[in-house]
Design a protein around this ligand. Structure first.
Ligand code: ZN
Length: 90
């Protein structure tokens, strides 16, 4: 009969959590990329504003905290806000 103390259970639980958290994060990123949510990674950024055709700058200068966190552009010509997938944010 094996006896497991509460300390061992806690350590076991901790090890599981440390292992599962990065896996969960990677899954979230992959899912976000497939579904084009803000959690995804866009390797092919949009080249021009979908509303006026103004070329978007290669080097992104975030105009807000949200853009710094999740990517996206504000068109310098028509002020349209785009997400990182090049979609217009209304
Ligand atoms: Zn524009």
């Amino acid at each position: 009969m094996m006896s497991v103390g509460l300390g061992e259970l806690l350590i076991l639980f901790g090890v599981c959590a440390i292992t599962l958290v990065p896996i969960a994060l990677v899954l979230l990123l992959v899912r976000g990329t497939n579904r084009q949510t803000k959690m995804g990674i866009n390797l092919e950024p949009p080249k021009a504003c979908p509303r006026c055709g103004e070329p978007l700058p290669m080097i992104r200068a975030p105009k807000s905290f949200k853009q710094a966190m999740w990517g996206g552009w504000t068109c310098s010509k028509c002020n349209t806000e785009l997400d990182k997938w090049g979609r217009v944010i209304s």
